[in-house]
Design a protein around this ligand. Structure first.
Ligand code: PLP
Length: 380
């Protein structure tokens, strides 16, 4: 009997355990921020941003960043229809309106032309989500942002280790957000980071992140504005410090797994995987297979095949606009079509070659069935 292949599992070594134990034993009183300060400094230097604030989640980092830009009722924020709800929820909580646009067929990230068409006098920001470690077209988005004087924000939750023209994902926008959830390339269990090189914006988010207390405020327990409590704990940051010492190992392994899949599946026709154009280095967070529409292979068929093979595979994000709280935008044809025939493959750090083979065998069987079996004919 085979053992189940998980799609994700963190890599925690004695290094992380040692730091966490130290934080639990000694990280109190005057030492209660030591690991947080170290983690913020290691991470912002790695990405190349001037300022970083560790948070309880990427969602919290996004909400504080948007709030610090003054985004609120009547404002619109453009983002790709293909996204996790975490990117849209902060916009809603601030009383602003998310405007969902289509994705590009190859990178599965926001289509810059569609974003430009969606701009109105109320548009305040465009969020560039680097989906599954793929890169958004940042040159085009930054040009649109500067032409219309709109902030371009990077949701880099899934893009640790990714690079665009040699620049790390998360170093190009007005601000960027990262996630260290247990499924991410670098984890602190739950957690996130707000990064920016804009000193004024940093100060505003710092105040918001500290329950609205300005750091120059001499009075204790005195809030200057209503803020948030989205902080990371010292114990979580201790795990993060260990992970940062291993960051190359963690990101290299993600890329090695994606490349192993690509090599192993190169002979299979009718599928596409995470693209890596010359100017991009993929973060490879989620190796993903998209079946061509002509194969007739559907999400249900794919999920059933992986379940039978005892392999955890994750569905491609449904369009956010298809979900009950939003108005459907089926004109976002790529976002609405690709998710119907795509799957995220397992890619955890300690995955074995044998497990990669098992995953590839499922994809090969699905592809063979599509070209030889009853579903062979392309559908209208
Ligand atoms: C693209 C994207 N944005 C935001 C988030 C939210 O991250 P967190 O769970 O740390 O709030 C995630 C997490 O899965 C994500 O994938």
């Amino acid at each position: 009997m085979s053992t189940r292949v998980p799609y994700t599992r963190p890599s925690i070594t004695e290094l992380e355990v040692g730091y966490t134990t130290d934080a639990a034993r000694n990280g109190w009183g005057a030492q209660c921020y030591d690991y947080i300060i170290r983690f913020e400094s290691l991470f912002r230097d790695y990405i190349g941003a001037s300022h970083g604030i560790a948070t309880s989640s990427c969602t919290g980092a996004m909400q504080m960043g948007l709030a610090a830009l003054g985004i609120g009722p009547g404002d619109e924020v453009i983002l790709a229809d293909t996204n996790w709800i975490a990117t849209a929820a902060p916009i809603m909580h601030l009383g602003a309106t998310p405007v969902f646009v289509d994705i590009l067929p190859d990178s599965w990230c926001i289509d810059p032309a569609a974003a430009a068409r969606a701009i109105t006098p109320n548009t305040r920001a465009i969020i560039a989500t680097h989906l599954y470690g793929n890169l958004c077209d940042m040159d085009a988005l930054l040009e649109i942002g500067s032409r219309h004087e709109i902030a371009v924000i990077e949701d880099a939750a899934e893009a640790i280790g990714a690079q665009y023209r040699g620049r790390p994902a998360g170093s190009m926008g007005r601000f960027s957000t990262f996630s260290f959830h247990g499924t991410k390339t670098l984890t602190t269990g739950e957690g996130g980071m707000f990064l920016t090189s804009d000193g004024d914006l940093f100060e505003r988010v710092l105040t918001l992140s500290n329950h609205g207390r300005d750091r120059s405020q001499p009075k204790q327990f005195w809030a200057d504005v209503v803020g948030y409590k989205f902080k990371m704990s010292n114990v979580q940051a201790a795990i993060g410090c260990g992970q940062m010492e291993r960051i190359s190992e963690l990101t290299d392994r993600k890329r090695a797994i994606l490349n192993a899949y690509k090599a192993r599946l190169a002979h299979v026709s009718g599928i596409a995987m995470n693209p890596e154009p010359d100017h991009c280095l993929s973060g490879a967070w989620m190796p993903t297979v998209v079946f061509d529409a002509a194969t007739g292979v559907s999400r249900d068929t794919i999920q059933a095949a992986f379940a039978t093979a005892d392999i955890d595979a994750r569905v491609f994000f449904y369009p956010l606009s298809a979900q009950p709280m939003f108005t459907p935008v089926p004109d976002n044809v790529n976002a609405w079509s690709i998710c119907e025939r795509a799957i995220n493959l397992p890619s955890y750090h300690d995955m074995t070659d044998g497990e990669i083979d098992r995953v590839c065998a499922v994809i090969e069987a699905l592809a063979a069935q599509s070209s030889n079996g009853p579903d062979a004919a392309p559908r209208d």
